[in-house]
Structure formats: C-alpha cells, structure tokens
Design a protein around this ligand. Structure first.
Ligand SMILES: [Zn+2]
Ligand SMILES: [Zn+2]
Length: 124
C-alpha cells in the first residue's frame, strides 16, 4: 500500500475518520480559515493542512474569475449570511475555496446579483 497518488491535481475529497462520511467545507470566521466538517459527528479539520501542493501554474486575476463559474445554483456549496455584497448590499453569498498563487483563498458569490469577491478577512 505504498502507492503514490499525489499527482491527480484535483482537490482530494476528505472523509471523516470516525464515520467515513464525506467532509464538507465551511468557513471558520474566528480563525479566518477554511475547515472541513463531518455532518454526522463533530469532526473538523483545517482545510489548509494538506493543501500545500506547490503549483507552477500562474493564474491572473482575470483567469481566476473566468475559472469560477456561476456557483449560485450549486446546492453542494455552503452559504454564508455573514457577508455583505458591495454591489447590491445583499447579505447572503455562496462561498468556496480556490487555490491561487497566494495559496488557499475563500471566494464569495452574491446570491442576488452574482458579484464575486475574494475574502479579505475584513468586511466593512
Ligand atoms: Zn463523522
Ligand atoms: Zn450582490
């Protein structure tokens, strides 16, 4: 069982070691981090722990925006009501993580107008 499977390039799915359930991402506002949690038990793990794969692909800001499609209708993504859209002032957004040249970042998309932005950790 010493096979190497680290070359898939995709974000690996994570499973709960307790109940074997798929772990879901959620935002930890306290630590400004993305964590994965189990819906069946209270297992939680920091998302960045194993996400240090170095990538040589450079994404410009416009490329990142292009990669992110309209995710508002994706039922698998978590939502946050702890944000405010700078365009329409809506207070609900879908959020997800994306690996950029700066590392793992959180992105939001307003469910009202589709505006996308990166989590800077400071919301006015
Ligand atoms: Zn579990
Ligand atoms: Zn909006």
């Amino acid at each position: 069982m010493a096979g190497s499977d680290t070359h898939s390039g995709a974000v690996p799915l994570r499973f709960c070691p307790n109940s074997n359930d798929l772990l879901y991402p959620k935002e930890d506002r306290v630590n400004k981090k993305l964590v994965y949690f189990c819906r069946n038990c209270d297992y939680t793990i920091a998302a960045t722990e194993n996400c240090v794969h170095r990538r040589t692909i450079f994404h410009s800001a416009s490329e990142i925006t292009a990669v992110i499609h309209d995710v508002r209708t994706d039922p698998t993504l978590p939502r946050s009501k702890d944000v405010q859209c700078s365009l329409c002032d809506a207070r609900e957004a879908v959020f997800f993580s994306q690996t950029t040249t700066e590392g793992m970042s959180l992105f939001f998309q307003c469910i009202n107008c589709g505006n996308k932005w990166k989590d800077t950790g400071t919301v006015a």
